[in-house]
Design a protein around this ligand. Structure first.
Ligand code: FPP
Length: 237
């Protein structure tokens, strides 16, 4: 959700107004993506590193998040959205922790889009936590493969992201889904998060659909006849 602060500052508003505007565009984004067949959307709302922001801004973001959970959960539930928190819960204040848990309980059987809210999320912390839990579970090292490891991550309920959209012009991954993004396509845009609208999202999906994903391998069209075994080549006349 990069660019909330700059969006507000450009309009002479306090940064927190940008975070409020950033929440207002979430439902529109889901309404654009759901009919296109998108099943999972993960919003990177608050990273483990964001605790280092000035206390006033951190408090403001917590208030905006609490207010969003209180005011938007029911509407999302009515739209069949499943809400899942991705990240640590122990540093959230108990009321917010309970409100997030209740939003998850209420929407857990919904079958529409899954909205992952990454809040107090950090990719490195997530990987370390998975390692700790695997050790505590006493697993035999020989049974630990990528599939099992993925099940120890906060995102065990969903596939790896096909596409990561980074708004606000940044060209970094910033500790987001480090394990899960191994083969994600990445789309960078200078658009500030509150300005990300349906038109640009549709362009993003078209651009994604034109990408050729190879996962480190080769697609048949990447090979020339000279790369094929002699017996597989078309006969020479
Ligand atoms: C990034 O913009 C945004 C944040 C650090 C906070 C976003 C969190 C919320 C809006 C809380 C509610 C979230 C949900 C999902 C309901 P930035 O401050 O880094 O903006 P900048 O790059 O312009 O400085």
């Amino acid at each position: 959700m990069d660019g909330n602060g700059r969006w507000a500052q450009k309009q002479g508003l306090p940064r927190i107004a940008g975070h409020e505007a950033g929440v207002q565009c979430i439902q529109g984004i889901l309404e654009t993506l759901a009919p296109k067949g998108v099943k999972f959307v993960t919003l990177y709302a608050f990273s483990t590193e964001n605790w280092g922001r000035p206390q006033e801004e951190v408090d403001g973001i917590m208030d905006v998040f609490s207010e969003a959970v209180a005011s938007q959960t029911q509407a999302l539930h009515e739209k069949n959205v499943r809400i899942v928190h991705v990240g640590k819960t122990e540093n959230l204040n108990p009321d917010l922790r309970e409100a997030v848990a209740e939003a998850q309980r209420l929407t857990r059987n919904n079958t529409g889009i899954t909205l992952n809210v990454a809040f107090d999320y950090g990719g490195r912390a997530e990987i370390l936590e998975a390692v700790r839990r695997i050790i505590k579970d006493g697993l035999d090292p020989d049974v630990i493969d990528e599939e099992l490891f993925s099940r120890y991550l906060f995102t065990a309920h969903c596939p790896d992201p096909d596409l990561i959209i980074r708004t606000g012009g940044e060209q970094r991954i910033s500790n987001f889904l480090l394990w899960q993004s191994a083969y994600s396509e990445i789309y960078h845009t200078p658009t500030l998060w509150p300005d990300l609208g349906a038109d640009e999202l549709e362009e993003v999906l078209v651009s994604f659909s034109l990408r050729r994903r190879r996962y480190g391998g080769l697609n048949p069209e990447d090979q020339s006849p000279e790369d094929q075994a002699p017996e597989a080549r078309a006969p020479q006349k």
